[in-house]
Write a protein that binds this ligand. Structure first.
Ligand code: ATP
Ligand code: XMP
Ligand code: GLN
Ligand code: MG
Length: 703
């Protein structure tokens, strides 16, 4: 059928790169976006494999796809479920087009259901990097690969029955993780071949494109610098640009690009002190921008931010939406409220500067930001996906920014880039490596690294979760005397593989450890949707016997068993006995910000003094409102008044997925000890902890 098609119409370029085809008829693969966090990563990977792409919403009709003369279709993941009461519509005729199809996660579920199989939400969910077994013989998708593969899984729905026309070709424990159609070129994978945490994902995509879809690889990426410069010149014309510079990588590269495109006289660079910056940040930022010939104006606005508020959409109990003013930033608790207030405060401030420039006759004026692809996808911007869920509203994609964008007044030359691509571009612009390789620092800064709460979050299942955690920590002993914990044991067994159970058994037989639920919530990403849920802490007096590898392995199992836990940390020091049932009331007030700023400074100074900044990608230092080690008999007499600090050294390439840094590998153990000791010198702190959570199910930041 495809042989008779006309030449393709390329009406919608998926990225700002321009194609330079070697052949007259360009090979084109469509990505049907169901609202994935990784839709643009699929797009990037396919292009890197020299095949051009086009992104359509999943709802696109088969007829429209037909007219694009496609070599293949890839159906993405989604935060939605195929079993939703009104699932995202797709045109069933896409399966009759005769074009090869690869379904990823939600796309895999769509294939299973389309052919009459069953997908359901069982006890198991998997979020993170896991080992799967793949059928590599007589199967083109996994050609030239080993049977055992490390892949990224993030799903709550799983395949229950496979229809006769499909054949299972991959397993994660007892779960089916890949299928192919017995006669047609249709494949589905539960895992995500597009992300870095699927180690051989590129090979799978290559097999799909070249072996299965018959692509030859005629597409080449052209210079992105040239197309960015052209975009800036076209958009700004004779106008002027107000560029918001944080001193981070993205805004530095974007401002350098804008200066190169328009000349420095047409750019006013502004760095805003919102009161949540790191220690000595302003001086460092101004100095490093000066090295690039960019003179940044500093606006001191910490008081304005601290007392800022905004109007937000809220949802009633019956689901209807109403608009209301948020609390002031210095009293706020909810992380999304924080992010909206900060984002809107940035824009309000910028708008008054735009007016000032306007009054000086510099017009039209554009507001420039170093917005990247992940900022837009995590904020669920309609610019990148129709169906994506909001994971967290990045400050540079707040409602007021969206309003300005609609008016065509925002200039974001990097909005199609991932962090590693920005770094490459920065180097090609001759920006020094010390600036290009800086750790990112989020615009809302320390504000989203302070978990604010007035009260402990104790839902009615709090003590049951603690009992299950206790059963996990004493698994071997519970197996010997199961009578009082039968229901917990069977739940653990339902959610884990036999290998997982053997691990729990050996670990609890060889050492004593505790797992304690914390009455605080943090943000995560599971199955491409947002989670806002509990954190748990592992601790032990047998620290020397408990390897970091085993701590990480245990941490990965907890969210698999208890879906209301999305983050797991290690508690340095002696074991934590007893439950933690209260919090130290915490808001974004000056003293509390100062405490975190000092702890952050101490931790980063130790890391830098050992020359280790380059061995990890970022290290958020987070303040949590937990005062450990109090005698729970005397709690009324000794109220919670201290807080604790969590280190979150993180390793990633594009920040879409990543893993916690492995102590002993990425950070020497003695450096870690030094960091902990330095942080403990800061007054008002109870304990230091270490985040063991990959992304997913955690995110890099805690809010
Ligand atoms: N303190 C600030 N002053 C002015 N603009 C800011 C500030 N913080 C953030 N921004 C704006 O928000 C954008 C997004 O911030 P983001 O942290 O993602 O990028 P960055 O700071 O440039 O780079 P990095 O990811 O390395 O921190 C920035 O590019 C910049 O335009
Ligand atoms: O400028 C920013 N404004 C924001 O609102 C924001 N939120 C997260 N980040 C940074 O984005 C990267 C991915 O973070 P998460 O895994 O926590 O989503 C990490 O590098 C985060 O530091 C932000 N940067
Ligand atoms: N990543 C995905 O596509 C997940 C699909 C679905 N939301 C699930 O959790 O199973
Ligand atoms: Mg930043």
């Amino acid at each position: 059928m495809w042989a008779f098609l006309a030449t393709p119409t390329l009406h919608m370029a998926a990225t700002s790169e321009s194609a330079k085809p070697d052949e007259e008829v360009q090979e084109l693969v469509a990505i049907l976006d169901a609202g994935a966090q990784y839709g643009k990563v699929i797009d990037r990977r396919v292009r890197e494999l020299n095949v051009n792409t086009i992104i359509f919403p999943l709802e696109t009709s088969a007829e429209e796809l037909y007219h694009n003369n496609l070599k293949a279709l890839i159906i993405s993941g989604s935060g939605n479920s195929v079993n939703d009461s009104s699932p995202i519509h797709y045109d069933p005729n896409i399966f009759s087009l005769g074009v090869p199809i690869l379904g990823i996660c939600y796309g895999f579920h769509t294939i299973i259901k389309h052919y009459g199989g069953e997908v359901s939400k069982g006890m198991m969910r998997e979020d993170g990097q896991f080992e799967v077994i793949l059928e590599t013989d007589n199967n083109s998708l996994f050609e030239s690969m080993e049977r055992n593969q490390q892949v990224l899984l993030t799903h709550g729905d799983s395949v229950k029955t496979v229809p006769d026309c499909l054949k299972a070709i991959g397993w994660s424990g007892e779960l089916i993780t890949a299928v192919h159609h017995i006669t047609d070129p249709v494949y589905g994978v539960q895992f995500h071949p597009e992300v870095d945490l699927t180690i051989n994902g590129r090979q799978i995509l290559k097999n799909f494109l070249y072996q299965i879809s018959g692509c030859h690889g005629s597409y080449h990426l052209s210079s992105r610098e040239a197309s960015c410069l052209e975009y800036i010149r076209d958009k700004v014309g004779e106008g002027h640009v107000l560029s918001l510079v944080s001193g981070g990588v993205d805004s530095t590269v974007s401002t350098a690009l804008i200066s190169k495109a328009l000349g420095p006289n047409k750019v006013t660079a502004v760095h805003i002190d919102n009161g949540f910056l790191r220690k000595n940040e302003i001086e460092q930022v101004v100095a490093s921008l000066a090295r690039l010939g960019i003179s940044a104006q500093v606006i001191r606005a910490s008081l304005r931010f601290s007392s800022a508020s905004t109007i937000m959409n809220y949802r009633d109990k019956d689901g209807s939406i109403f608009r209301q003013a948020t609390p002031l930033l210095n009293t706020v608790i909810n992380p999304e409220e924080k992010r909206h207030i900060i984002g809107d405060a940035f824009v309000t401030l910028a708008s008054s500067m735009l007016k000032e420039l306007d009054s000086k006759g510099k017009r039209p004026i554009f507001l420039a930001q170093g917005t990247l692809r992940p900022d837009l996808i995590e904020s669920a911007s309609s610019l990148v996906s129709a169906n994506a869920h909001v994971i967290k509203t990045h400050h540079n994609d707040s409602p007021l920014v969206r309003e300005l964008r609609k008016q065509g007044l925002v200039l974001e030359p990097l909005s199609d880039f991932h962090k590693d691509e920005v770094r490459q571009l920065g180097l090609s612009l001759d920006i020094p490596e010390s600036i290009v390789n800086r750790h990112p620092f989020p615009g809302p800064g320390l504000a989203i690294r302070i978990i604010c709460q007035e009260e402990a979050i104790i839902r009615e299942d709090f003590s049951t979760i603690n009992s299950i955690l206790n059963t996990i920590a004493t698994y071997a002993q519970c197996l010997e005397k199961p009578s009082s914990v039968l229901q917990f044991l069977s739940m653990i067994q339902d959610c884990t593989s036999s290998n997982d159970q053997a691990f729990l058994s050996e670990l609890s037989a060889s050492l004593t450890y505790f797992i304690t639920l914390l009455p605080i919530y943090t943000v995560g990403v599971q199955g491409d949707s947002r989670s806002y849920s509990y954190a748990a802490v592992i601790s032990s007096d047998d620290e020397s016997k408990f390897s970091w590898k085993d701590r990480m392995k245990l941490a990965k199992l907890l969210p698999k068993i208890l879906h209301t836990i999305n983050r797991v940390v290690w508690g340095f020091g002696k074991a934590i006995y007893g439950p933690v049932c209260d919090v130290t009331p915490t808001h974004l007030t000056t003293g509390i910000i100062a405490t975190l700023r000092e702890a952050d400074h101490q931790a980063h100074s130790v890391l830098a003094s050992h020359g280790l900044m380059g061995s990890i990608s970022q290290m958020p230092v987070v303040l949590i409102p937990i005062h450990f080690d109090r005698n729970y008999q005397e709690i009324a007499a000794f109220p919670s008044c201290q807080r604790s600090v969590v280190l979150r050294p993180f390793v990633t390439c594009d920040f879409m997925t990543g893993v916690p840094a492995m102590p002993g590998e990425h950070i020497p153990l003695q450096v870690l000890d030094e960091m902990v000791a330095a942080i403990k010198q800061v007054p008002g702190l109870s304990r230091v902890l270490y985040d063991l959570t990959p992304k997913p199910p955690g995110t890099t930041e805690w809010e």
